[in-house]
Design a protein around this ligand. Structure first.
Ligand SMILES: [Zn+2]
Ligand SMILES: [Zn+2]
Length: 207
């Protein structure tokens, strides 16, 4: 597996391009903007873009989708509970952000426990509500993409529509901290971490 990070869009979301080295198939997680930079990486490395995967539907994570769809016609995968948010520019807050209003329909709705295939890789979908109702984390081998659920030393905000502090803490404790300390945490914003480091240092989960 190769993981390329592009800090995309004006909100510098961590957009990840995940590549199966055996098959050269790739997916993009949270294309917040800078679609042309993403497309350049795909072309330069002669990859086949299979799908776009969203950790949740907030505007800072979706800005690059229209351009990627126009150029590659790839499907967008999203958890079922965030579908309404993706379709509505005021609910996903893109209407309040710089850049165009974005409202679009997902092509495939995900549920907790789903496994998505990318070449020879298996992407495990973990429903972690709390930041939004349909927020997910994605585990591939020993890497966990945590979106805006878990950050290095912090957690996602819970004061937006669908947010719940109790739920996000419960999601993190029951569904993420069960993993081994060595599992890498690649969040939607900011620096990387590990499950072990968060278990010890994250002030929100060590109360
Ligand atoms: Zn968010
Ligand atoms: Zn975000």
């Amino acid at each position: 597996m190769i993981i390329e990070r592009i800090q995309a869009g004006v909100y510098a979301v961590n957009c990840y391009i995940v590549v199966c080295e055996d098959t050269k198939k790739a997916c993009v997680i949270d294309p917040g903007g800078d679609a042309d930079e993403i497309l350049n990486y795909i072309e330069k490395n002669q990859l086949e873009l299979d799908f776009i995967l969203l950790t949740h539907a907030h505007g800072d994570h979706i800005g690059g989708i229209p351009r990627l769809k126009e150029m590659k016609n790839v499907p967008v995968f999203l958890h079922k509970e965030d579908e309404g948010m993706l379709m509505d520019a005021s609910k996903n807050l893109s209407s309040m952000m710089s850049g165009p209003n974005i409202g679009l329909s997902p092509d495939k709705l995900l549920l907790d426990g789903d496994i998505i295939t990318l070449g020879n890789l298996k992407l495990n979908i973990i429903h972690t509500p709390g930041h939004t109702r349909g927020g997910i984390c994605i585990k591939v081998l020993d890497t966990l993409f945590t979106g805006d659920t878990l950050f290095a030393n912090s957690i996602g905000r819970t004061d937006l529509e669908g947010g719940s502090f109790e739920q996000i803490i419960d999601s993190i404790k029951r569904k993420l901290l069960v993993f081994d300390d060595r599992v890498k945490v690649l969040p939607g914003h900011g620096p990387y971490s590990t499950i072990g480091a968060e278990r010890i240092h994250n002030p929100f989960i060590n109360q």
